[in-house]
Design a binder for this molecule. Structure first.
Ligand SMILES: *Cc1c(COP(=O)(O)O)cnc(C)c1O
Length: 396
């Protein structure tokens, strides 16, 4: 049997390769950080990690993880409700609730699971889910697992959202779902307008803060802080895998009864292992750090501003951004790939994206800027951009 299937798989893999879409993995032989070491011992500056606050190799978090492992062991060997809940899990849930000003929080193994497990327990075929067209794959999959009627509006397009809300008036409950920051443009969802429309058309609001938490808002506490929407967003989901230390783990935080029902019915929570103690211990320490000081968030924001201004001054076409993501527009797909490859040769890791990840004719380089970057790192990357830009005719 395998022979036929094997041929089919080989053909499929070849199609992926021929289309130039094959994902090759880089092997890093150091901790994650602004500067990373590769297999051949060479070093590169990293501008393509979600390490927004530079915490992936933070000594305080490493220490807290070790301490939790020493005191509470390596693994939980259970799901939460059987015998997999330690005091550390509840402490981390409380810390996340404090950070987002929400009633309560439920942890998951990943935000992919948080999004996968949030809709089906709460909504039925009588209800409507109204989703931004550029929402993350895990939201799309979560919506698919739920029988609610689906509506899709064009990215951040409030007129189109209003059309969906009008069409969905026949349903029992409605929920609007959006990413807080969209990962290709770095734009923040217009949450103030979304909440206004939600109130006008009697809908709940959910936001995935994976790319916004730690970055967006006066002190980085996400979209509710940015737009002063405390009390008006019903559900936030998020990850511990980006700003919040970069290890692993996800959460849903929001209204008490929503979290209570998810604990009873959410399948990725009920049927998947508890987070290990080291993740919880480090997570608790992380939120303590963010409460103590806003320094990392401020540095991250200063870095983005500095980088974008220098790039604009050099003549690059950069999208506006209120996040850690900067889109340097090249428009041409092969050029975006060649540009990223040349940057890597210069020791700078950035990502080139083109259709179907972004719309046709919108190819770009995505730069992700972190509090881990020092001015010298930023300057080196900008110089490389200018050098490659001139070489490839992007700059005059
Ligand atoms: C990264 C990301 C996720 C997935 O988070 P994990 O914890 O890595 O599963 C979900 N949603 C959005 C918007 C993301 O950017």
């Amino acid at each position: 049997m395998y022979g036929h299937f094997q041929n089919y798989l080989r053909d499929t893999l070849k199609e992926i390769e021929d289309a130039g879409l094959y994902k090759h993995e880089r092997i890093i032989c150091s901790a994650q950080g602004a500067e990373i070491t590769l297999e051949d011992g060479s070093k590169a500056l990293n501008f393509c990690a979600n390490n927004y606050l530079g915490l992936s190799d933070n000594p305080r978090l490493i220490e807290a993880a070790k301490k939790a492992m020493d005191e509470r062991g390596y693994g939980m060997s259970s799901v939460r409700f059987i015998c997999g809940t330690q005091d550390l899990h509840r402490q981390l849930e409380k810390a996340i609730s404090r950070y987002f000003h929400t009633d309560d929080t439920i942890l998951y193994a990943a935000c992919f699971d948080a999004n996968g497990g949030v809709f089906e327990p709460l909504f039925t075929a009588e209800d409507a889910i109204i989703s931004d067209a550029l929402n993350h794959a895990s939201i799309i999959d979560g919506v698919r697992l739920c029988k609610a009627v689906r509506y899709r509006y064009a990215n951040a397009d409030m007129a189109d959202l209003e059309r969906c809300l009008q069409e969905a008036q026949a349903q029992r409950f409605r929920i609007i779902v959006t990413d807080g920051v969209f990962s290709m443009d770095g734009n923040v969802a217009p949450m103030d307008k979304i909440c206004e429309l939600a109130e006008k058309y009697d809908a709940l609001v959910m936001v995935d803060e994976s790319h916004s938490a730690g970055v967006v808002g006066k002190t980085g506490r996400g979209v509710a802080e940015e737009f002063n929407l405390y009390g008006r967003i019903d559900i936030h989901t998020g990850t511990l895998g980006k700003s919040f230390g970069g290890a692993v783990g996800g959460f849903t935080t929001g209204r008490q009864e929503i979290i209570d029902l998810l604990r009873q019915r959410s399948r990725p929570y009920l049927f998947s292992n508890s987070l290990p103690p080291m993740i919880c211990g480090a997570g608790i320490e992380l939120f303590k750090m963010l409460e103590e000081s806003d320094e990392l968030h401020t540095k991250q924001q200063d870095n983005v501003r500095y980088f974008r201004e220098k790039m604009l001054a050099a003549g690059f076409d950069c999208k506006p951004t209120q996040s850690a993501i900067l889109a340097v527009m090249l428009y041409d797909a092969p050029l975006s790939q060649k540009f990223a490859a040349r940057m890597a040769e210069e020791g700078i890791f950035v990502t080139g994206f083109y259709y179907p990840v972004v719309p046709k004719g919108q190819a770009r380089i995505r730069v992700q800027i972190s509090a881990a970057h020092e001015k010298a790192h930023l300057d080196k990357a900008i110089s490389a951009f200018i050098k490659v830009g001139k070489e490839l005719g992007v700059l005059k």
